[in-house]
Unconditional design. Sequence first.
Length: 178
Amino acid sequence: MHQPYPSSGQPVEPLRPPAPAPVLTAVKLMYAGAAASAVYLIILLAIVIGDTKAVHASWNGHRLATAPTIMLGLVPGLVVIALWLWMARANGQGRNWARILSTVLFGLATLQLIKLISDLRQPVSHAGFGVTVLNYSVTALFAAAWLVGAAAVWLLWRPASSAFFKPQGFTQALPRHL
């Protein structure tokens, strides 16, 4: 038996069942991750704009002006928010590539968390109390977002979720015609 074709000449895509509860929860967690990333970005920008002497960036030993410093925090922060939103939408639609990409992004976030934690262990003699508190706060915020990502990825790979991500279409082999 074959799929009917609409008047446009394109094959009809089979209907996908509704997303199971673990996928819906994972999508909600991803939206929460985007919101947390937005709050983190706003706090970071407030710190940078409020006190450009305390937080600054340098490139090849040269201190950057305030605008490039802000852009160095803003652009990656917006990319992270966009990734959270994109993965939430694609996973909610049952796209298996999005489940895989979400897992890869979580792996990269794990490496970043390990680096942040190892940076906290390094003694910094020139840093004041405010910078130390800021470093611990940044790591704590990142760790919270990491936990959200861990829960979302775990939910995406649950057995009930896996059935939702299977490709739709033929469920049995087609008969051979000679």
